[in-house]
Design a protein around this ligand. Structure first.
Ligand SMILES: Cc1cc2nc3c(=O)[nH]c(=O)nc-3n(C[C@H](O)[C@H](O)[C@H](O)COP(=O)(O)O)c2cc1C
Length: 417
């Protein structure tokens, strides 16, 4: 019987353990987690979501304070179109975050950055270009394009000296999305170095509608594999979403996957960015606590725990501080939903907004508990303490469990003293 370690993910001459830990914004897939995965020989991800606030928290920069001060005059205004990001600050935040991680990297693995197109930041093209270019300049090993079709993203990087040397990949959820991406980029003569096919059981935003339950990762994976073979395209294909055990991963590797991308099991590790109290919420979750809803202003369904404080919270839009989801016209679906409730209840002390959530603020504060479908199985991967809480794992333990386990077994950690 085979295990994950019997396979290797090959990028040119570079051989890796075929485990990619997916990007988890905002700073859930921390630099610490990515560094540990790289040390163990796999691929770790940073996230480039809301980097100015992430670097403020980690490296004592003052980006949010400066932006808030600049736009203080606009806080009461429902029109947020004036609230623009300073491209120099985005560049610096990206540079700080990526270069510090790359300088600290040890081991034979790689560190990629997950770049979400849906973070439109009131100037989609300009801000995306800066994020991509600075990550490349800061020495990132690769970039995974996510949350969007990214039809123009390769074009935005084409003039960067590392365009052909960095590993560039795309996340898709259907063969159709991949075909469109390849067609739109044909003239650049630069194929993706890998394709992540993300199924409906993943965490974060889903590339499906609310009919997500009708889709199945293995089926979509096989469709894409067949398409790639028919087109004679030798691009590593990496399935993601609901791969919970080493045996689940091995089944995909035996079916022709070059590697697998996993995330949920790493939300239960010390190295992830979730505060310990919230990790316990993930452990405690039952199947009924894991839901897919449409409260994300991005328009994509999102999976989260029903207990997330973000659900129903009617806070005033906080775009002067954040504003990462403002579209090219300075609009966000949360602002619209919030203003509707204010108009309906002009005298209310507390506004409740059920339709949408202020995702920037709630992700920043770890109040939107996004998670994968199998979060309710996390409790089976550890020991329960006498007080009813669960023992948090190390990333090394979870990584090695994926790497070496067989027969659907999950290795429990050593019991704490
Ligand atoms: C807490 C959490 C946050 C996530 N955030 C992002 C994100 O910001 N961008 C993204 O492309 N994918 C995100 N994902 C998806 C993962 O990168 C990954 O592809 C997927 O969850 C793998 O499935 P698994 O969690 O069942 O192992 C997130 C997943 C989780 C669990």
């Amino acid at each position: 019987m085979k295990c994950v370690d019997d396979f290797r993910l090959q990028f040119g001459k570079h051989e890796l353990v075929p485990l990619m830990i997916g990007g988890m914004g905002v700073d859930i897939s921390t630099a610490d987690l990515a560094l540990e995965v790289a040390r163990l020989g796999g691929v770790g991800h940073l996230s480039d979501a809301m980097l100015p606030t992430v670097t403020d928290r980690r490296y004592k920069t003052k980006f949010v304070k400066e932006k808030t001060k600049q736009y203080k005059y606009n806080v009461e205004n429902t029109d947020k179109s004036a609230v623009q990001f300073d491209l120099g600050q985005i560049a610096e935040a990206t540079r700080v975050h990526v270069s510090r991680a790359m300088e600290a990297k040890r081991g034979s693995g790689m560190i990629f950055v997950n770049c979400m197109e849906k973070l439109t930041m009131n100037a989609p093209r300009e801000t995306l270009r800066v994020r991509l270019h600075e990550a490349l300049s800061a020495g990132i090993d690769g970039i995974t394009l996510s949350a969007g079709l990214h039809l123009g993203s390769f074009g935005l990087m084409a003039d960067h000296p590392r365009f052909h040397d960095a590993k560039l990949g795309i996340i898709v959820s259907s063969v159709r999305a991949l075909q469109i991406f390849l067609r739109k980029n044909a003239k650049l003569n630069r194929l993706p170095d890998y394709i992540v096919v993300e199924g409906p059981l993943a965490g974060g935003h889903l590339g499906f509608g609310m009919d997500w339950a009708e889709y199945d990762l293995m089926t979509i994976f096989k469709e894409i594999l067949e398409f790639l073979r028919a087109e004679k395209l030798e691009i590593p294909l990496i399935p993601a979403g609901g791969i919970f055990t080493g045996s689940d991963a091995t089944a995909f590797l035996e079916a022709g996957a070059a590697g697998v991308q996993v995330a949920t099991r790493f939300t239960a590790t010390h190295e992830c960015g979730l505060p310990e109290k919230i990790v316990q919420e993930y452990f405690k979750a039952s199947e009924a606590d894991v839901v897919v809803n449409t409260i994300s202003p991005t328009g994509y369904p999102m999976r989260m725990l029903t207990g997330s404080p973000a659900i129903g919270a009617g806070i005033r839009p906080n775009c002067e501080a954040y504003g990462y989801l403002l579209d090219a016209n300075g609009s966000c679906a949360y602002i619209t939903a919030y203003n509707e409730q204010v108009a309906l209840h002009p005298d209310a002390k507390k506004i409740v907004v059920m339709d949408k959530t202020c995702l920037c603020t709630h992700m920043r504060n770890f109040d939107c508990w996004t998670c994968g479908h199998y979060t309710y199985r996390l409790k089976d991967t550890t020991n329960r303490r006498a007080d009813g809480s669960y023992q948090t794992l190390t990333a090394e333990h979870v990584f090695k469990d994926y790497q070496f386990s067989k027969d659907n077994k999950i290795a429990l950690p050593a019991v704490e003293n």
